[in-house]
Design a protein around this ligand. Sequence first.
Ligand SMILES: Cc1cc2nc3c(=O)[nH]c(=O)nc-3n(C[C@H](O)[C@H](O)[C@H](O)COP(=O)(O)O)c2cc1C
Length: 209
Amino acid sequence: MDNTTTPDYFRDVTDLHGIEADSWRLLQAAVHDRSCGWRLPALATCSNREVRQRTVVLRKVDDQPRRIFVHTNIRSPKLKSINNNPNVSWLFYDAVRQVQLQLTGLATVHTDDDIAEQIWQDETELSLRGYLAPYVPGTVQSAPESNLPDDVGQRIPQREELSKARANFAVISSAVDTADWLLLRPDGNLRARFTYEAGAVSTVDWLAP
Ligand SMILES: Cc1cc2nc3c(=O)[nH]c(=O)nc-3n(C[C@H](O)[C@H](O)[C@H](O)COP(=O)(O)O)c2cc1C
């Protein structure tokens, strides 16, 4: 979409419930739309007074109850941080639609349950190749290191070759407690806040941008 076409989301900017519903519609679309900025949120964690953010790929979005999912290496430092403190924050920005969404909520790590298994099964071989990583992510290396075994560096592995990668695979899911929506507009920005209880909308408010 460019700025000259009719907006496909957030058409009625007076309708708070419509904006909330559209935010979840756009999150769901972003999972499958590589051009959508909301596909690559920043996930922020904080533990032992260390605040970290990193870009991740949004892999799945449930709207009943509201929950979002990404996957990661089971040995990555962010999982230690989440295990210490499951409070997380997510930052999404769609530069085409000029809309930001900040979510906060509690994260859960899935390794052996149905959620992890389903997302593993649904992923492409290319997305899962990184889980063949021989080294713990973030460990010091003596030379440039792709953290891929030599025999898959230049190709996409077959499904059977990925079975040993499954042990490195984890899913982070996040419930959502608050959503802060901000739309940039030439005639004045608009901002709204939504709160959730048990995965459903509990309050909707306009905020001063
Ligand atoms: C565009 C992009 C997408 C990424 N997607 C993921 C992802 O889905 N999962 C993931 O764990 N790391 C992803 N990364 C790498 C993370 O940003 C980060 O470097 C890595 O997970 C290590 O983070 P940690 O040390 O905080 O655990 C992505 C990086 C970029 C640039």
